[in-house]
Ligand binder design. Sequence first.
Ligand code: AMP
Length: 488
Amino acid sequence: MAFDQGCAEDDSLHEECGVFGIWNVPDAAAVTALGLHALQHRGQEATGIVSFDGARFHSHRGMGLVGDNFGDRRVIDKLPGRIAVGHNRYATTGDTILRNVQPLYADFEFGGFAVAHNGNLTNAHLLHRALVRRGCLFQSTTDSEVFIHLIAISLYSTVVDRLIDALKQVVGAYSLVALSNEALMGVRDPLGVRPLILGRIGSEGTGGWVLASESCALDIVGANFVRDVEPGEIVVINDQGVHSVKPFGRSRERFCVFEYIYFSRPDSVVESMPVYDARKRIGAELAREAGVPADVIVPVPDSGVPAAMGYSTQSGIPFELGIIRNHYVGRTFIEPTDHIRNLGVKLKHSANRPVLEDRRVVLVDDSIVRGTTSKKIVEMVRQAGAREVHMRISSPPTTHSCFYGIDTPERGKLLAARHSVDEMADLIGADSLAFISIDGLYRALGKPGRDPDKPHYCDACFTGDYPIPLPDQQDNAEKQLSLLTMND
Ligand code: AMP
């Protein structure tokens, strides 16, 4: 989230990100670049690596993809050392400037410190205001910089104690990978909204450690999964091994359910559950809940594929690739204007006519956000000769914005926030439209249903039940209210 442009009023400035850290491997920056490459789906806007050679820190940050920045051996050679942290950034708006690119780095009296953050702080504006009042000079416009200042002004002496001191003042969702002269640290917020895992690389005793947003980043570097970092846990990795610190009292975890639906890569195992299996089970549950007579099940690639497979198996209706994706264009979701976004959908998908012609088609996608994608795809499938087009969505209607690190537009732009399911079916031009129910989603993930008193996941985008307070939003609402009262 950016601080400028009065963004407390703009809830669309949300970042999704991927983080990676490695301790004690040769050529740590090159390994980190590989890990970031596997996490590219979590952020394509910018990327960075900070390495430590035992005496000095080195960094390279750049706009664009990991391959564009770290594909050149000469760049990697300027990042020596056996220790490194890296970050992929994904922000829809806000400043696309180099000083916002992570990992952020600062020189403190205790030495260097680098931090990479996935998530969103929900009191960043309030903290920013208070820190500026105390004389802190912000270098970037990202919320993650508050960590740097809170650590700088902390009265504790060790890095870990200063980090804990900072963490106790922030509110929000965060998975952090941080690096000091003495240790690599991984942190998850007390509810564990965003993922972070610990892996082992090399041989027992001599090898190193890896921290990553998802397990797909372990596979690419040849590391083995050890465990998820626990909600509210700080893992401190140094030459003595891995130590765990749990500075927060126990709270009930609320992992982000959207990681299963869309965000994580299907070959990742998230919170002990393979994402691919989860998506197939969600698709099967969707078929049980909202089956419709049809000739063919067609996924909206790529994110709709596993759910469509599950739907097909459950319904007994054949699965076919009726829409082909062009992989050489970015995600349409991040295009800045509706006009470009509309074009983007056409650039990205094309109809496979022989599969669709004269058929009753069930299209399966993971979500409807603004509705742009669905509308274009339905139109495309009809133009290819489909007799009926039924849309099935493997998430409940997205009715609320995310403030915890998934990119969603402000509420007014969410189709489901303004329209009933029938109205949405009309708007996207489908013969029928159905979403999986929230209980169906929980069942597919192995839970008995959603217990409203203690839901297992953060599902705020579907329910409006925000498990972490939103102080910046509240502060903003109060400001708006006082402006209205002043104008009365
Ligand atoms: P929309 O066209 O706005 O309705 O967007 C829906 C499409 O965007 C779906 O096909 C999803 O796969 C994809 N999508 C959903 N959430 C996100 C997200 N947070 N970032 C990027 N793409 C998304």
